[in-house]
Design a protein around this ligand. Structure first.
Ligand code: SAM
Length: 213
């Protein structure tokens, strides 16, 4: 006996986001290429993870235009995705430890795989809560998850910017038409020293200094 159309259970499509802890979209790995200066890497990307079709333009702008990482100490890639920023920084600063933090389990796993494939031993990929509380950062680099919404983004930034060492700097790449300038104004209002360091291809790089420094 067939069920009348209006009595059939509703199948609601679950909306999937790149910042879901466990992506619902089926995995379909693919290889993407990262070229920054002399660095050329093949990275594994996947559906349900940011930038799965290719390394994001904002990420490239950050890697090409932000100051180089400190040569030692702790560095954070906040929202690492499959790891292009963390792995590029780790290659540039083999004497530093790079923490690659994400909420998306598939992204964390890909960062581990990509770091191993790139023979980079100084990347630690983990969920945010796995980073020991006493780790403070010399520098933070991030293509932050603007799409989580303003309140969640602000909470995220306050949580991690508060862990910059005195004198430490964060470099955030944000699309101009996704609120780079209003984010800069908000950060300055929170007491951070903010500079619009570069503006390229529709993106701004914001340099954020720890107010204690
Ligand atoms: C714009 S993507 C950048 C990904 C990667 N860094 C890149 O350049 O391709 C932002 C990342 O932040 C992650 N994210 C979202 N909320 C987060 C949170 N609360 N803590 C850490 N990472 C988060 C997302 O899962 C996503 O991978």
């Amino acid at each position: 006996m067939s069920i009348p159309k209006n009595r059939r259970p509703q199948l609601t499509a679950q909306k999937s986001h790149y910042f879901d802890p466990a992506p619902v979209v089926e995995s379909k790995p693919r290889t993407v290429h990262l070229h920054v200066g002399e660095l050329a890497l093949e990275l594994k990307a996947d559906r349900g993870v940011f930038g799965s079709r290719g390394v994001d333009l904002g990420t490239l702008v950050l890697l090409r235009e932000a100051p180089p990482p400190p040569s030692e100490g702790e560095i954070l890639d906040l929202g690492s995705g499959y790891g292009p920023i963390a792995i590029a920084l780790a290659r540039q600063a083999p004497g530093a430890r790079v923490w690659a933090v994400d909420v998306n389990e598939r992204a964390i796993e890909l960062t581990r795989t990509n770091a191993a494939a790139a023979a980079v031993a100084n990347v630690t990929a983990s969920s945010p809560d796995e980073v020991p509380e006493d780790v403070l950062f010399e520098a933070i680099y991030s293509n932050p998850p603007i799409r989580v919404g303003k309140a969640a983004l602000h909470e995220l930034l306050v949580r991690w910017l508060g862990r910059l060492r005195p004198g430490g700097r964060a470099y955030l790449v944000v699309q101009r038409n996704l609120g780079a300038d209003s984010l800069a104004t908000w950060l300055a209002g929170q007491g951070y020293e903010v500079q619009r360091l570069k503006s390229k291809k529709g993106y701004r790089i914001l340099q954020v200094g720890n107010p204690a420094s």
